[in-house]
Design a protein around this ligand. Sequence first.
Ligand code: 13P
Ligand code: G3H
Ligand code: ZN
Ligand code: ZN
Length: 355
Amino acid sequence: MARITLRQLLDHAAEHDYGVPAFNINNMEQALAIMDAANQVDAPVIIQASRGARSYANDVMLKHMMDAVTEIYPHIPVCVHLDHGNEAATCMTAIQAGFTSVMMDGSLKADGKTPGDWTYNVGVTKTVTDMAHLGGISVEGELGVLGSLETGMGDKEDGHGAEGKLSHDQLLTNPDEAVKFVQETKVDALAIAMGTSHGAYKFTRKPDGDILAMNVIEEIHRKLPNTHLVMHGSSSVPQDLQDIINAHGGKMKPTWGVPVAEIQRGIKHGVRKINIDTDNRMAMTGQIRKVLKDNPEEFDPRKYLKPAMEAMTKLCKQRLQEFNTAGQASKFKKILTPADMAKRYAKGELDPKVA
Ligand SMILES: O=C(CO)COP(=O)(O)O
Ligand SMILES: O=C[C@H](O)COP(=O)(O)O
Ligand SMILES: [Zn+2]
Ligand SMILES: [Zn+2]
């Protein structure tokens, strides 16, 4: 069994200077595609499921898929993470379903739309870390609200995210507040806002420092050198994938994502978890469109799901190589269980350290 906690994985990533992509799954095809990639390049990996994924696939199905992938690939450390938990109960039921890590996203209220204030965010996040750490489960928190620095609009493309206009202050995580937040909540990883947003339409041009504020990451990392930073909305939205979709009946508008070089710069400054969903959605959809358009007589799902999985494996493998995750799986000496981690939290060994 190689199910690893986020904390152990990201501590290893910090020690060995790499980042770990967190790929979203909703079904068996995505889980197998990610694991095939991780196995090919000897990489540990984070598989994450959103609330939407949990209701799409059912927790029982997800639980057994996670067991299946660790049984098929026992040598690959896999962290199973809840993406964007909206309240404490969502986190607790994920833990019951076997997740080794949860995100309590208190940057938004439980409706997933209204920005949460400081007191709300610290309170709900601390409730989750207090409970989760008792059982050795890791917690990611979020400070700052995801949204576009180009338009000032919140991030609601994929159905969750702030609605309406946000202030510059809300859109950029304040480094001093980040220090206080980590000290008060004891989160294992901190997601920050600096201009990325979910979905395909992040930027209308190649992003520069005005609309993708990587300097915020550098400043937070200076103040919190031991905190693992998380970049959400980090798909690169590759042009070739846009082209495949559009060449086969799709209608994606011109758009830019987060350049891989910017993520690599982030990894040099404490970014350890990089959330990617949209790129994989595009990789799969491009192949499904292509097969169905080129072979309109085809109706066996395997005929389009297999190329879709292969395209997703290719994308995942590329990111694992680009983030230096490749080659790291076999470096793990021992995978600690949540119970082992619980003892470490109890002793205070994993308490946050500030510069
Ligand atoms: O942040 C994400 C999941 O939490 C995914 O971001 P993308 O939409 O850029 O893939
Ligand atoms: O939130 C980000 C991920 O892309 C998950 O999306 P989802 O909520 O539509 O499953
Ligand atoms: Zn989202
Ligand atoms: Zn996200």
